[in-house]
Design a protein around this ligand. Structure first.
Ligand SMILES: Nc1ncnc2c1ncn2[C@@H]1O[C@H](COP(=O)(O)OP(=O)(O)OP(=O)(O)O)[C@@H](O)[C@H]1O
Ligand SMILES: [Mg+2]
Length: 480
């Protein structure tokens, strides 16, 4: 055995060489060679029962075929024997389960794999039929990653199923809903990171507040704001943030109805008329169906050291009316962004469970896309959970802005975890993800908890392995 540059080379012995030569001649000369080199009594005249007749060139022999032992590194073998001798993604990261084809462990970490250039961004898309284990897969990845120092924020939890998980890992679960005591001020500034100067921080906070107010207005109006409305909103935010305390949404609504035109040299009446529709749209959060949730100072502070923070939105909105849920998500994610945007806060997952329910809104999609684009700069891995990839197409007509934004989110997810898909979804899934026939056939038959993990140039079929305590904690079949 010889080792050169880490590759184990096989050096046959003299005896091996002789056997090899013999085998080669037996193959080229066939029966002639065997007859010449076998003792007469070894072959016998009559074929033994169940054995082939002895004939010239029959290429059959009594001696066992001997194949030389061959040894190589997994790097070479995984090409020679794809799936069976998979080299895996290394052992740096979080254990997810077993690689179904090779039997090895499957370990994943978006930040480690980004550094290893396996991934082009740390974002993850999870898709699968109802009840196939999408949330369980995300929960396993996140709870196990906490041991590695990662944190997780869940601004969108319409089923309230992350609350128990957050409590189990020592995190915070905030329940929001009509009549509940918790209230968040989405215009909270958050804590200034040590690395950001006072002046720059002021600008960051301003643009975050302004972006949120724009999203809320456009989402409720169902259209883009006009330029005069932008000006009215700018002036109102300026007025509301005049003193150093955090402005609240009622402050902004008040300033929209009673603006201070001197700030921009405009007549007050003109400003009131320009901002009227925006004022009514934002007022909905103060006096409408979301009253009491986002319309005053926060009742809880964001603990940047908590390993997990979830916002249980199960009491917001109703089936078929997801607008309130979308507005709540915009407010909640802005509140979380105040801390999430601090690059020194460590690496964090941001989970959009049941993401398909909030994606029908171009204003929110624009916001999500921005967050996706900033993921590398902020050290964030966004996890979007949908049922099928056609959820992304359902957000708008072909060629519409919403559709382009949603498909852009897919393009910005380097890791696509596909659980079982319905047969009618397979063709679309294959064309959007560029799957092979074998991968498509695999997706159609995946059992619960098993998924195709697709990365730019690697793919694995992985069975999620859960500890008994995790199985209890992640269970969502309780009501069944
Ligand atoms: N690997 C697994 N083995 C066995 N059961 C599993 C596995 N993964 C998930 N389950 C169970 O399947 C059920 C559904 O899982 P989960 O809630 O994760 O599915 P989902 O795809 O998120 O469903 P939904 O579409 O309704 O959100 C849970 O009760 C969970 O315990
Ligand atoms: Mg789920």
């Amino acid at each position: 055995m010889n080792r050169q540059r880490g590759v184990a080379l096989y050096q046959p012995s003299d005896a091996d060489r002789k056997t090899k030569r013999k085998n080669r001649r037996a193959l080229t000369e066939g029966g002639d060679y065997i007859e010449r080199h076998q003792p007469d009594d070894a072959l016998g005249d009559e074929p033994a029962p169940g054995q082939a007749e002895k004939r010239q060139h029959s290429l059959r022999r009594r001696l066992r075929l001997r194949v030389d032992t061959h040894r190589a590194t997994t790097r070479i073998l995984r090409v020679a024997y794809p799936f069976l001798a998979e080299g895996g993604l290394g052992a740096n990261g979080t254990y997810i389960g077993s690689d179904v084809f090779s039997g090895g462990s499957f370990v994943y970490d978006p930040w480690v794999l980004y550094q290893a250039k396996v991934l082009t961004n740390p974002n993850i898309l999870l898709a699968g039929v109802i009840g196939t284990g999408k949330s369980s897969t995300a929960k396993a990845l996140i709870t196990r990653s906490i041991a590695l120092g990662r944190k997780a924020y869940v601004p969108c939890d319409p089923k309230g199923e992350w609350t128990a998980v957050a409590e189990a890992v020592g995190g915070v679960a905030i329940q929001l809903g009509p009549g509940l005591p918790n209230r968040l001020n989405p215009l909270d500034a958050g804590v200034r990171p040590a690395s950001v100067a006072e002046e720059e921080w002021r600008r960051i906070v301003w643009s975050r507040r302004r972006a949120l107010l724009g999203t809320l207005a456009e989402s409720t109006l169902g259209r883009l704001m006009s330029s005069v409305e932008h000006t009215a909103l700018d002036v109102a935010l300026g007025t509301a943030s005049r003193n150093d305390a955090s402005p609240t949404l009622p402050d902004v609504v008040h300033a929209l109805f009673q603006p201070d035109g001197n700030d921009v040299g405009l007549e007050t009446d003109v400003l009131i008329a320009d901002g009227r529709q925006v004022a009514h749209a934002i007022r909905r959060l103060v006096h409408g169906d979301l009253a009491g949730m986002f319309d005053g100072p926060s009742t809880t502070t964001f603990d940047p050291n908590a390993p997990m923070i979830t916002l249980d939105s199960s009491r917001i909105g109703s089936a078929g009316n997801d607008h309130a849920l979308r507005v709540a998500l915009a407010c909640a994610s802005s509140w979380m962004e105040a801390v999430a945007a601090d690059p020194s806060a460590g690496q964090r997952f941001i989970v959009y469970d049941e993401g398909w329910r909030v994606m029908r809104d171009p204003a929110l999609l624009r916001r999500m896309q921005e967050q996706w684009k900033l993921s590398r700069a902020w050290g964030i891995s966004n996890i979007l959970i949908v049922h099928r990839l056609s959820d992304l197409a359902a957000v708008g007509d072909l060629g519409s802005e919403a559709r382009a934004l949603a498909e852009g989110l897919l393009a910005d997810c380097s890791t696509r975890v596909m659980l079982r898909q319905e047969p009618d979804q397979l063709a679309r899934t294959a064309s959007l993800l560029g799957l092979t026939d074998v991968e498509i056939a695999t997706i159609a038959k995946l059992p619960k908890g098993r998924a195709l993990w697709r990365m730019p140039s690697r793919s694995f079929v992985v069975q999620l392995v859960r500890h008994a305590r995790e199985a209890d904690l992640f269970d969502t079949d309780g009501h069944m």
